[in-house]
Design a protein around this ligand. Structure first.
Ligand SMILES: [Zn+2]
Length: 89
C-alpha cells in the first residue's frame, strides 16, 4: 500500500482484494477465528447478536473493547474494573 491516495478506484479495489484474499485464506485454513461468545469474557455482559455476527469470534462487549483500547493507548494508566483479576497483570 505504498501508492498513497491517488486513485479512489484503485484503493477500493485493493480493499476488496484484500478482503477476499483474507476470506480465501481463512477458508483454506479452515481455522475458525474462534466461537463468538454470547457473553463478554471480561464483564459477563451479554453481547448483542448483531455484534457477534459483525465480529466473528468476538470475545468482548463493546465497552470492554473500548476500555481495552483506551488502556492500550494510555499504557495501563487506569484500571476501573478492579473487581476481577486484570488481564494486564
Ligand atoms: Zn464486557
Amino acid at each position: 500500500m505504498a501508492g498513497g491516495w491517488a486513485k479512489d478506484g484503485a484503493v477500493s479495489e485493493q480493499i476488496e482484494a484484500s478482503i477476499s484474499d483474507e476470506l480465501a485464506r481463512m477458508q483454506a485454513r479452515k481455522t475458525p477465528v474462534g466461537e463468538s461468545l454470547t457473553h463478554c469474557a471480561e464483564c459477563d455482559e451479554p453481547i448483542p447478536e448483531a455484534r457477534r455476527i459483525a465480529v466473528p469470534g468476538v470475545k468482548l462487549c463493546v465497552e470492554c473493547v473500548a476500555e481495552r483500547d483506551a488502556i492500550r493507548v494510555q499504557r495501563g494508566g487506569i484500571n476501573r474494573r478492579g473487581s476481577k483479576d486484570s488481564q494486564l497483570k
